[in-house]
Design a protein around this ligand. Structure first.
Ligand SMILES: [Zn+2]
Length: 351
């Protein structure tokens, strides 16, 4: 026995002294205690290549891996700036576990100031997960992020905001998947994020889900399918970069990290969230010039006028009457309006 222990001793020592695993994402490999920048490379295919920036922060102590992604919509600026601030401010010496930070997925949208879509292929970069290796750029980028980011994380935070044409306050999404333990975990993450309006996404196998039309798969929904709890949070609107929006996303992310014991200190969960059980998407019946008459977070009664559309001569051609009573989650921010486009999201509160 003693002889065996003597033989084993150097091996046991080695095991204890061995560094925690390196973490590689794209071209960035961070050893324990390191912060390294690099790129998730999306090779050229049927269209151009892309190099998506990534920051890998490998903490001083082993623990969970949290992915933070922003800018799948490249003109939702507050979310992009929030992740830049986060990547700059987290010191690996203070961190337990690791962060994979992707502050700007949709580089062409950002560069060309094109909302909603990737101008390279005209696709929404938050609808095609897990993507495919031989598709158009959005699909190849989604494929790369699925392999490099989602596969390697335990939890995921996806940050958004009102796009160039959207006026919204701050809210997060919680997905009700019908899996009790999983849903309890993700619910705690969403509450830890701290925003007081929470939209419930009904992802139960037989539940109606008006936000997920056409079988499209968002980043968070793909992560949830792989069993990785996710938070989606939105702040900012219409191209603005107000510090109150950036800080809400920045501090919310830090609070989730504290909840996961990745940083010291207590998380600061929201105490009295407003749960929004159902979203009604209101679309315009006319093309023309949109005039909003309500602001985000306003409570409107069914039948109340929340805006109107004129033709290009200034004559009113349509009144936007609220189809349901609820909270205005988001409303059109600019005069451009096309028949069939979204005028507002109205959220019905959980009874
Ligand atoms: Zn977005």
């Amino acid at each position: 026995m003693r002889r065996i222990l003597q033989l084993l001793a150097p091996i046991l020592l080695l095991a204890v002294a061995a560094p925690a695993a390196d973490l590689t994402v794209g071209t960035a490999t961070a050893r324990t205690g390191q912060k390294v920048t690099g790129f998730i490379q999306v090779p050229a295919g049927v269209d151009t290549a892309s190099n998506i920036p990534v920051i890998v922060i490998n903490g001083a102590r082993p623990g969970p891996t949290l992915a933070l992604v922003a800018g799948t919509h490249g003109t939702e600026y507050a979310s992009i700036l929030a992740l830049q601030k986060l990547a700059q401010s987290v010191d690996p010496a203070d961190l337990t576990g690791a962060l994979i930070v992707v502050p700007l997925v949709n580089l062409a949208s950002f560069a060309q100031k094109v909302p909603h879509l990737n101008p390279v292929d005209g696709k929404n970069m938050n609808r095609f997960f897990p993507g495919k290796a031989d598709g158009t750029q959005t699909e190849r980028a989604s494929w790369a992020i699925a392999q490099q980011v989602v596969e390697k994380c335990d939890y995921l935070i996806d940050l958004h905001g009102g796009d160039l044409d959207e006026n919204l306050h701050q809210y997060s999404y919680w997905a009700n998947t019908g899996k009790e333990a999983f849903d309890a975990t993700s619910r705690a993450l969403v509450l830890a994020f701290g925003l007081d309006h929470v939209i419930i996404q009904d992802y139960r196998p037989n539940g109606p889900n008006p936000l997920d039309a056409g079988g499209a798969t968002s980043l968070s929904r793909y992560a949830e399918r792989l069993g990785k709890p996710a938070v989606v949070a939105e702040a900012g609107h219409a191209g603005t970069t107000h510090s109150e929006d950036i800080d809400a996303l920045f501090h919310g992310s830090l609070s989730v990290m504290r909840h996961l014991k990745m940083l010291a200190g207590a998380s600061s969960p929201v105490e009295h969230p407003l749960w929004i059980a159902r979203i009604t998407v209101m679309t315009s019946e006319q093309t023309g010039v949109f005039y909003p008459l309500a602001a985000p977070e306003a409570y409107v009664k069914q039948g109340m006028r929340i805006g109107y559309v004129t033709d290009f001569f200034g004559t009113k051609v349509w009144d936007a009457f609220a189809p349901v009573s609820g909270v205005i989650v988001y409303i059109g921010a600019v005069p451009s309006m096309v028949k069939g486009n979204t005028v507002a999201y109205i959220g019905e509160l959980q009874p």
